[in-house]
Design a protein. Structure first.
Length: 243
């Protein structure tokens, strides 16, 4: 898309068809080829043991937690205690940190957010966002804290988790990974990051196709309206001449 002021100097590219091709020097047309390419580029990825060198997307959560801890330490009357200083939530933060760092290695972004009941994350693949969730597998102990029911902070870090990629806002769930005996989520970060990149590209293509189709329908509708107006004006002129 070129600003009209530059039109005399730069030729505007032909619009990309709704069905592609989408291949570029960095992104192959075939999504499985993209997955293999990203896996190779990522190489071996590990989850950092601590949150000292955290991804910028965790900054908001960790700074708020630090402020809560300082206030509680300085005042016995302060009620807003740290919310993520339990073993399971610390593991969640480390997993999201590992995923976001892996995505950053490939030029993508993301961040994490925390509410009174959960910690979630969002990945940005180009300008396309994907929601990420880490949920406990099966039934587990819960408590009521500040009016919200949440997992019991006493749950151990070994509590099985499922990571899900959610491409849209309609409860659609994409790829999922689960803790397994001898094969926990920490060992699957490269696979997860590559899948997120592929899911982001797939979502972009799907959204692009819908946008192009809508533009085509609107253009056809506008063209039809212009023809009807022209025909109506022509008929009116003919009637006036005849009278």
């Amino acid at each position: 898309m070129i600003d009209s002021r530059f039109a005399p100097f730069i030729a505007q590219a032909t619009p990309i068809p709704a069905t592609g091709p989408f291949a570029t020097s960095e992104v192959p047309e075939d999504l499985e080829e993209l997955r293999a390419k990203e896996l190779k580029a990522l190489g071996r990825v590990a989850v950092p043991r601590t949150l000292e060198g955290y991804h910028p997307g965790l900054k908001d959560i960790l700074q708020k937690e630090e402020r809560r801890g300082q206030k509680v330490a300085n005042s016995s009357w302060h009620w807003d205690e740290p919310r993520s200083d339990n073993p399971l939530d610390q593991r969640r933060l480390k997993l999201f940190n590992g995923i976001l760092l892996a995505l950053a290695k490939r030029g993508h972004g993301g961040d994490a957010t925390a509410t009174d009941t959960e910690i979630s994350a969002r990945a940005w693949i180009g300008s396309t966002s994907l929601s990420l969730s880490l949920e406990i597998v099966g039934k587990h102990c819960t408590i009521v804290s500040r009016g919200y029911r949440r997992p019991d902070p006493a749950l151990p870090a070994s509590t099985p988790l499922t990571l899900s990629v959610k491409p849209g806002y309609d409860r659609e769930v994409g790829d999922t990974w689960q803790d397994e005996d001898g094969n926990r989520l920490e060992s699957k970060i490269a696979e997860i990051a590559a899948a997120i990149i592929v899911a982001g590209e797939a979502k972009f293509r799907s959204a692009f196709a819908r946008t192009r189709s809508a533009q085509s329908r609107n253009a056809s509708s506008a063209k039809g309206k212009r023809k009807r107006r022209a025909a109506s004006a022509s008929n009116a002129a003919s009637n006036e001449f005849a009278s």
